[in-house]
Design a protein around this ligand. Sequence first.
Ligand SMILES: Cc1cc2nc3c(=O)[nH]c(=O)nc-3n(C[C@H](O)[C@H](O)[C@H](O)COP(=O)(O)O)c2cc1C
Length: 143
Amino acid sequence: MKQFAYVSHQVHDFSDDDLRELMRLARKKNKELGLTGLLLFDHPIFFQVLEGPPDSIDQMCATLQSDERHRDMDIIYTNDDLAVREFARWHMGCKILGNGLPGDYKDLDNRVKKIFSAAKPSGELAHQLLLEFRDMKNSFVDI
Ligand SMILES: Cc1cc2nc3c(=O)[nH]c(=O)nc-3n(C[C@H](O)[C@H](O)[C@H](O)COP(=O)(O)O)c2cc1C
């Protein structure tokens, strides 16, 4: 299997409803394509990881690259040799970060901001952060 993660910027403001509708369609399609993953939204930045069969991943990567609702899509890491899914729990988990988050999420949010304020975000740190989110005791999905 393949796995990749990218960061991008929203073009227009995404409301919770926009995101909810996006996730509804994404989960349906990801299920059909055998894709799993997680999307963190740290207004105005999207940070997403996707994993699954190579053909599905390549197809989705191309689809995402031509989606005009976000821009400056920057792939920060790829793994073309993934043996076991790391985000099997979600056809697309979605968590909104931002101000006012409690405890562990606040720490996560600060670290996401730090990683993406670097000129070239570190793929290794980004991957580590995604795994930590997955393993958080009360890791839940917003939308
Ligand atoms: C930040 C962001 C993340 C997205 N994630 C997914 C996803 O995980 N799965 C998916 O099917 N579509 C996702 N989409 C939507 C796709 O770009 C595309 O609109 C959708 O797959 C429908 O494509 P189609 O009309 O070619 O079938 C995402 C869009 C954005 C802006």
